[in-house]
Ligand binder design. Structure first.
Ligand code: ATP
Ligand code: ATP
Ligand code: MG
Ligand code: MG
Lengths: 253, 253
């Protein structure tokens, strides 16, 4: 059955969607059956994977709001070889609608548990907040992967995020663990990035992946083509880095 | 009385906080009285301005949840010359608590209207979402400034944002206008950024500022010192660009 990884960071623009998609494809290259769940109303993940979001008539929203809904027919295959349970803007309403539901934090867990037998890995892309959608992902997951830019403003939220994880572990998901903190968009030429990375490794020993994802314009271009970096430019450093990350994450199964 | 500008984009990491702070300081250099309101529970703006967020006992949260609260004592002066109504993590609870309040979209407008007589400009930094906090900012504002990275994933959300603005104009704030779309973190060496910028100007004629904010590591360093780019490195291209933007925004008063 699947290992479920929530890709989380309330700080915006740190590479959550890019990591979910490229790590997912890299795991598929290792021969695994992969499902990506888009839990962000922006639907960046769904669009990056080439799914025509504007034409969708159903999405993860239906699976969340009606427990009788079978999630399987909502899942799309993609040219990159991973399956995607897509999002649409309807999902933005879910935050408010979930507020008054009983066991509102555990709605996604029921959906994910129905899908675990069919996959080796399930990755969940979260929105830039610690609201109900992200809490649902943390309650449904076995582990958390935290993408992080090596920039001052991005590091500020880390302590808050780790405190939230401890709360979720205590009340909703006792076995939730941290897979690791993944440095993203790393520009090794700047002192700022190198200083922040060194500080991260010092402050969070053993929790920062050895793999570092470098900054590259090719990564920005690939989602416009509906492709992962592995398909867009397979020999690129970043493609290799995501393969290396996939090998580490896969060992955690 | 003040011109109120909401700095909005649900896409994360596009430069909302950086623009609110640096534009605010640039407007202050033009001799204006400036208030910045931090409406993001991450409190990036408050931290960037050097406010000790962890020690705060009161913030914009108190002003939102209790209309009897006088917002003035909650405002901090800063070394950069602008006033800040700071945020703390308590603000994260506001999204849920506002849901069941009457006229929940207009709570911030009451706070802002009390402060308008004391300032020439009020800028509001929004979180990366289109939830109740952002809707409150749109209802309280005279105009919207939209920071945008010239990257594929960042441009996807623009249509949705403009559709949301139209809804807010129809139901909550008839006079709300768009000050403009501000290209941020622009790396002129890449074809990708230049193509996206050209596309933006073609698709949104007259709505994209002439000023473009370039990518620079100095901008990433400055908040770590609690300084704006104008104080951190006043001759830098980005400092001049924010002064140019301030002159344009100030003409709109
Ligand atoms: N290694 C990289 N090098 C260069 N650009 C990158 C890299 N990884 C991601 N990006 C770009 O940075 C931007 C932010 O990445 P992404 O959208 O994946 O972040 P996010 O955390 O999912 O954002 P949000 O908080 O809005 O959901 C995107 O334009 C993406 O293409
Ligand atoms: N012109 C620039 N050049 C280089 N880096 C920049 C520039 N403007 C902003 N940044 C950096 O990019 C990151 C994102 O900027 P910022 O936090 O202001 O975006 P935001 O839209 O407010 O993010 P969020 O969605 O999390 O609120 C920060 O680390 C910031 O220091
Ligand atoms: Mg994302
Ligand atoms: Mg911000």
């Amino acid at each position: 059955a699947a290992l479920v990884t929530a890709v989380v960071n309330q700080k915006g623009g740190v590479g959550k969607t890019t990591t979910t998609f490229n790590l997912g494809v890299a795991l598929q290259r290792l021969g695994r059956r992969i499902l990506l769940i888009d839990l962000d109303p922006q639907a960046s993940l769904s669009a990056s994977a080439g799914i025509p979001v504007a034409q969708l008539t159903a999405s993860v929203y239906q699976a969340l709001l009606d427990e009788a809904t079978d999630p399987l027919p909502l899942i799309h295959g993609t040219t990159s070889g991973v399956d995607v349970l897509p999002a649409t803007i309807d999902l933005a309403a879910a935050e408010v609608e979930l507020v008054n539901m009983t066991l509102r934090e555990l709605v996604l867990r029921d959906v994910v548990d129905k899908l675990r037998p069919r996959y080796d890995h399930i990755l969940i892309d979260c929105p830039p907040s610690l609201g109900l959608l992200t809490v649902n992902a943390l309650a449904a997951a076995d582990q958390v992967l935290i993408p992080l830019q090596c920039e001052y403003l991005a590091t500020r939220g880390l302590t808050l995020l780790l405190r939230t994880l401890t709360k979720v572990q205590g009340r909703l998901n006792r076995n939730l663990r941290i897979a690791g903190i993944l440095p993203t968009m790393f520009d090794g030429r700047t002192t700022h990035a190198n200083e922040i990375l060194a500080e991260l490794r010092a402050n969070f020993p053993g929790q920062v992946f050895d793999v570092v994802i470098k900054e590259s314009v090719r990564v920005k271009e690939s989602p416009a083509a509906g492709l992962s970096i592995l398909d867009y430019d397979g020999n690129h450093d970043v493609a290799r880095a995501y393969i290396q990350l996939a090998t580490e994450v896969d060992h955690g199964r």
